[in-house]
Design a protein around this ligand. Sequence first.
Ligand code: BF8
Ligand code: SF4
Length: 671
Amino acid sequence: MPRFSDSTHTARPSDAPRVVDGKNRERTVDPAALEMLQVSKELGQITAFDRAVAQQPQCQFGYKGICCRICIQGPCRIKADDGPASRGICGASAYTIVARNLVRYIAGGTSSHSDHGRHIARTLLHMSEGHAPDYKIADPGKLYKVAQRIGIATEGKEELEVAKEVAVAALEDYGRYNDDACTFLNTTITKGREAKFRATNVAPTSIDRSVVQLLAQTTMGMDADPVNIIFGGLKAALADYTGMHIATDLTDVIFGTPKPTVSEANLGVIDPDKINIAVHGHNPLVSEMVVAAAHELEAEAQKTGAKGINIVGICCTGNELLMRKGVYLAANSASQELAIMTGALDAMIMDVQCMMPTVTTLCECFHTKVVTTNEIAKMPNALHYPFNEVTAMEDARAIVKIAIDNYANRDPEKVTASKNKSKVVAGFSLEALEEIFAAVNPDRPISVLTDAIKSGEIKGVCLFAGCNNLKGFQDQGHLEMIKEMAANDVFLVATGCSAGAFAKAGFMSPLAVDTYAGPGLKAFLSRLQDANKLSHGLPLVFHMGACVDNTRSADLATAMANEMGVDVPKVPFVASAPEAMHEKAVAIGAWCVTMGLPVHVGTMPPVEGSDLIYGVVTQIAHDVFGGHFILEMDPKLAAKKLLNALEYRTWKLGVHLNAAEKYGTSLAQGY
Ligand code: BF8
Ligand code: SF4
């Protein structure tokens, strides 16, 4: 059986447009966003939607990855197949340039995630030493679980002592002097992956080193071997995984492991009767404290005449708070500026990543106060409040007071309340999912999922992840694909702005199950619901958290592999980033492939300038790691390709299982 059972599918994408309707600024399928785009048009305000149009047509050298700006002899562009124009001035060929550009994205993504993880680990360390008194251990169970997993003895030790040892072990993963592999990598993957990473020399020894080494490897006059460069990139991608795992584990320890919770999503959650504070970014160290401070200052807020304080989340800080506290989610990345257009946002509190600096420009027309809090994420014209973990609550109170004081400056004439919002059931950490499965089989919870796949009731699991990318219409890729996958009985999990798209559009409501799930998926979900009798019901798509929490879904794939007695490449589990945009998405995609998953990307990364690199990421990667990229811009066709990949895995697994049973041999591990 070919990798695609449908022989019309090849490793090349269809001819679907790379930029959808490039002159149309109404580049979204989100009704709330369309509403606010109308407001911005009337007010003559410019947003990302206008800028996406203004950037067309985009430079094709950059688009294909064959523009090099690594030294100031450049920029060099590969303009011909042979002769002097076929190489950069230093002699770098197209494949070297494409590979270098690609892995430098990974270096950026790994740095973002792992710096976030380091911030959490340092806070846990400071807390354990008594220097960050406002943070507590919300989930000691998770602390002990992580400690045991990474080999820290816990018996007879105080909670804070264990916390300190866990924090130190996490920080050691950032920079160790010997060549041991990262602890938070090797203790969370299958034995098969551990051996594979060792054999291919992609296991990072430390996070920081892998990034520094990658930048050294790809500077002018260094590595020209495209495959070696890609392997360097994979090492950094696995360092990305390591930093993400640290972030998720330790955030759960400090703020609690998510449990199912009911909330609402989209711009309609901004309540004109209240003081609205948007928390935006990724790292919940600030926003969790803002939520706590807002509770404390509720009475003071009401003295202004407002009905209280309403916290709403944007991007992944929003996902973090939605998962743990049921805080409303107002927007995913493309509509972050549009939250200001409601005219009812009194403050926007920023932490790190994916924040558009133009939010401050819009505030020249609206009263919203933008407050940055991180020393490496400031914005011209924003108010900078240096948030310090040592004085966390005091800082959070001061920040909330900025919003309370600013309420008086709100102009009621400029308020456009949106009615658009959807019910959301979120909070599905892997622990929460396991608990739901355990109601059916308490001894082997994950077998509930794997048995449903083996019996053919469901086809497998698909993780939807990643961003908005305005090369297409906001959320359209996510929504079109999820409908296809649901109708074809795939168990669906989501993170990041993909989860945001589903939350806003009602796909995380139990009602969506009736509308979109195929018969197998419906039967599977109703069996889970019958066993659990959850008052809120179960959603069509299970929200597993922020972008940084993609390791939760990797852990699910690992748990399925262990349950099935195979390595990850044999598990019917696929991933998709229909609107990938950020460097972080490239890093995640790369480690997902290295873990052994087929990964769809719906926005073309800059790899087409080299057939060799294109072949490596879409085909050769499969031979080495069992995972590969599927690059396809047509969402319906992309869903078909992913379904093919799932069917291929199930078919092969079935053949191997039958053979093992028939001949009494152990299960073949080939993929
Ligand atoms: O980390 S999904 S646009 S907000 S990068 Fe950013 Fe992409 Fe959204 Fe969360 Ni992830
Ligand atoms: Fe040009 Fe080489 Fe410098 Fe790149 S590194 S800009 S290809 S001279």
